[in-house]
Design a protein around this ligand. Sequence first.
Ligand code: C2G
Length: 129
Amino acid sequence: MKRVITYGTFDLLHYGHINLLRRAKEQGDYLIVALSTDEFNWNSKQKKCYFPYEKRKQLLEAIRYVDLVIPEENWEQKIEDVKLYKVDTFVMGDDWEGKFDFLKDYCEVVYLPRTPEISTTQIKKDLGK
Ligand code: C2G
């Protein structure tokens, strides 16, 4: 079984995220999503989530491509996660191109093209938030 992992906030889940998750799953047979906790988002990514972690986790677990959701609590956990979950492939959108190449010592690293025109920032802007 080929195991894939990806990381993210996935707040205000939208079709760009779904496109990423679908293509990540296509890289193998089992997809793990490491979901950024509220604390990690606020302290390390300066992101204030609209939906709290448990709600974002519930949404992700309802997606057919997702097999397991685990918490992402810090920037440093990726190598341990890859070892612990016996990950074969690490996948991220190409806005992160090159940022996680250190993982190539442990697994395949794949950056996938982002879905253009859609982002949470754009949604909030369009809603006048
Ligand atoms: N994404 C995409 N197309 C979009 C928007 C997002 O392909 N239009 C992808 C991103 O490239 C990322 C994933 O969807 O791979 C999740 O996006 P975010 O929730 O914005 O993730 P981010 O805040 O970048 O967190 O340790 C890594 C970080 O946790 C990544």
